[in-house]
Design a protein around this ligand. Structure first.
Ligand code: GSH
Length: 208
């Protein structure tokens, strides 16, 4: 049994980020599927957020802390660029994902379909419509940032891509299909989909 354990629901974008980092680095791990309010999780993650993380007796919460630990504690391929400017750009996008993309794309939109809170159990149109302009702006910014580049920071896949991609991945599955208007974002998702790490971490969704 691997001594690295990731605790959380595999549908969570942040759980997927932590798993993708392990997969890309070739670090064996066990996924313990559980929700954010379970007792085992809250003993590790006191704010009730997934993922939680264990490496032997060492415990962590917060995805950025987890992937940075993976980055420095294991002799494994790096997921941050060596170049100072590219590395800073990676953190620029990680911060944008944490502070802006998650709120608009996941809280304001994806979760409105996954856990509908509108009348008659339907997606809450008011909340979705409110999130739309922010998401469209974020996608336009990302599309421009990618330009002809494959990855967000430097010439190789980095942690920046692993934070952003799981959030973007749900968008083509929803009725608005927002990435359709953003070819560079769509190309990025197509490139991610070719990676074994991506296939191994596909969220278990109904009908898949
Ligand atoms: N700051 C946390 C955020 C993690 C997070 O928001 N996880 C979501 C799932 S993607 C969650 O636990 N949501 C449950 C809730 O808010 O009750 C991190 O970076 O790990």
């Amino acid at each position: 049994m691997p001594d690295v354990v990731i605790l959380g629901d595999p549908r969570s974008t942040y759980v997927r980020t932590a798993r993708l980092a392990c997969e890309e680095k070739g670090i064996a791990y066990e996924l313990k599927p559980m929700g954010p309010k379970s007792d085992e999780l809250t003993r590790i993650s006191p704010f009730g957020k997934i993922p939680g993380f264990q490496h032997g007796d060492f415990r962590l919460h917060e995805t950025l802390a987890i992937v940075m630990y993976l980055e420095s504690a294991f002799d494994a391929p790096p997921l941050l660029p060596a170049d100072a400017q590219d590395r800073a750009i990676a953190f620029q996008w990680i911060s944008s994902a944490n502070d802006y993309f998650y709120d608009a794309m996941v809280r304001g939109y994806i979760l409105q379909y996954a856990m509908p809170s509108g009348p008659d159990g339907q997606p809450n149109r008011t909340l979705i419509d409110a999130a739309m302009p922010r998401i469209r702006h974020q996608l336009a910014v990302l599309d421009h940032a990618f330009g002809n580049a494959r990855w967000l920071a430097g010439t190789e896949l980095s942690l920046a891509d692993l934070f952003v991609a799981p959030m973007l991945a749900y968008l083509p599955l929803l009725p608005e299909d927002l990435p359709a208007d953003h070819p560079n974002v769509r190309r990025f998702l197509d490139d991610m989909a070719k990676r074994p790490s991506w296939e191994k971490t596909v969220p278990p969704l109904p009908g898949r």
